[in-house]
Design a binder for this molecule. Sequence first.
Ligand code: CA
Ligand code: CA
Ligand code: CA
Length: 299
Amino acid sequence: MTIFLCYLQRKFSVKPSVFVTSKHYNPGLKRDASSVWLEDVTKSSCKVCMRELQNYAGSHRHIFVNWLAFSDLPNPPFSEHNSIYFANDKPPNSRHYNAFCKEAIFAKSYNTTPHVFVSASHSTKGGNQSPVHNSIAAWVEHISRKGFRVCVKELYEAKYDPLFISYIVLSDICPDGWDYFNGYCYLTSSVCAPWVTAVSNCSAMNSHLVTVHNQEENVYIQHRHNGERSWIGLNDRSVEGSFVWTNKEIISFQFWAPQQPNNLKNEDCVHALGAEDGYTWNDVSCDKCYNYTCVKGMF
Ligand SMILES: [Ca+2]
Ligand SMILES: [Ca+2]
Ligand SMILES: [Ca+2]
């Protein structure tokens, strides 16, 4: 029985979600088997417990525990998290091979089956057993696009305490065909279109013609067009000389080419010029045909 204390680096304002895995740095030991779980998670600390499941075969060194604690969901990469209460007040069902199992429904709908991670969290309060009596194993069965089944088993003693299983869901961050960059999903057109068509094509896909927040995004978007010119969401169609983004965001970043915008013969839409022109922008006629990139928030 090993207990690690995980001292959280800061005190959380609420009890965090904690996930643990163990890693044995001596590969190829055929008899290795262990269960890993959490005890007494609080706002500032927790205990990670591990039990060796096989007969004692010498002292096992070089076991490392990786743990992750958070209160706000880090998205990406995770799309949702929650915890499931297991009262465990009756003996487990033999139909479930003496495990306790529950069905969980995802809060979101997924286009493809996501990945699910679980960790069991036990408390020693309220007459529950102390860690030395426990060996709690939790696992996932039958993941679908709608939900999953999660099971838990006490491997060491016949007493079953209440506990929580925390879970975290990892899914594709962007829809099929869209690429992730720095918090957004991007799709680049395969054919050119006039600016207004580009705007409506993006909006038909629940996205908008790109808004450029900074130089990093400016370069990224233009690289998607292999150095060719491409539409961006900036325009002065409503009020001459007053440039706005199609999604109405107010952004201080602009990257005009020298002497631009010049509104030559009433140019009201903006394209990016590509690497050869230092990723700068120019106002042109909205009727010109350029490829474009749409952007949307993550799944
Ligand atoms: Ca004008
Ligand atoms: Ca203009
Ligand atoms: Ca111009």
